[in-house]
Design a protein around this ligand. Structure first.
Ligand code: NAI
Length: 247
């Protein structure tokens, strides 16, 4: 059984992906929220899966390196990694603090860099591996009041393309999934269902398919990108987005 490691795996898209992949793979759930990561792994194991959980902050190189080494010891060689941890801080540029800007860039861009750097030596040695990162529709278009988010997601896409070129000779594939609006705790941003219901309808109207996406619909794309069904796809971004953007 191959092993997949998922960052931001305790919630939303990462958790849905962990659930889906746990049917066929050993799953390592990594999140800065260690309690929720543990809870997710426990629930999967109760259903017969082979899941592990680690607390780590993807912006911290020492935590990422230690977690990666421990995960490989516990769960075996890492065949695939889904670099998915993310946060959303939205502000107009002239009101955004430097500290918030740094959090956005560090979590998304440095987070993918550190995780890729930590896992690549073992992938290169085995000449086998898949890296999938979570971009966004905003990897390829701008976002008013979301410049840091869009800049970070564009950088993730760029990093993914460079990784694909650099590691293709080792048989390692690197792709991005670029979701449109997906109903997760990030999109709800702490709102109650009552507060969210009218916003959901307004947000859905802006999507040509007329609805928001489900985390499971992103997980299906990640599953495809990790599997051999996408064996000749690398350096690409695939958008499960209800046609919110097409380019
Ligand atoms: P979520 O908030 O449900 O899950 C994000 C997870 O990442 C949380 O469990 C959080 O604890 C973890 N995390 C955050 N910072 C971390 C860090 N420094 N180290 C380790 N873990 C950390 O959000 P969602 O929606 O599932 O987001 C997953 C990814 O999908 C993010 O990269 C997000 O930017 C991206 N995305 C989400 C969309 C949406 O509409 N929900 C659309 C496009 C992209």
């Amino acid at each position: 059984m191959k092993t997949v490691l998922i960052t931001g795996g305790a919630s939303g898209i990462g958790l849905a992906t962990a659930r889906r992949l746990a049917r066929t793979m050993r799953v390592v759930i990594v999140d800065r929220d260690g309690a929720r990561a543990n809870e997710a792994a426990r629930a999967l194991n109760a259903e017969g899966a082979s899941a592990f959980a680690y607390a780590a902050d993807v912006t911290k190189s020492d935590e990422v390196a230690a977690m990666m080494a421990q995960a490989a010891r516990d769960a075996g060689p890492i065949h695939a990694i889904f670099c998915n941890a993310g946060v959303s801080i939205k502000q107009p540029v002239h009101k955004m603090s430097e500290a918030d800007w740094d959090i956005m860039i560090k979590t998304h861009v440095k987070g993918v860099f550190l995780c890729a750097k930590a896992v690549l030596p073992q992938m290169c040695e085995r000449r086998d591996g898949v890296i999938v990162s979570t971009g966004s529709d905003y990897s390829v278009c701008g976002k008013a009041d979301g410049a840091a988010y869009a800049a970070a997601k564009t950088a993730i896409y760029s990093l993914t393309k460079s990784l694909a070129l650099e590691f293709a000779p080792y048989g390692i594939r690197c792709n991005s999934v670029g979701p449109g609006p997906i109903e997760t705790p990030m999109l709800l941003a702490g709102r109650t269902e009552e507060e969210w219901a009218p916003l959901r309808a307004a947000r859905a109207e802006r999507v040509p398919m007329g609805r928001l996406g489900r985390p499971e619909e992103v997980a299906a794309v990640v599953d495809f990108l990790i599997s051999d069904r996408s064996s000749y796809i690398t350096g690409q971004i695939i958008h499960p987005n209800g046609a919110q953007i097409s380019w």
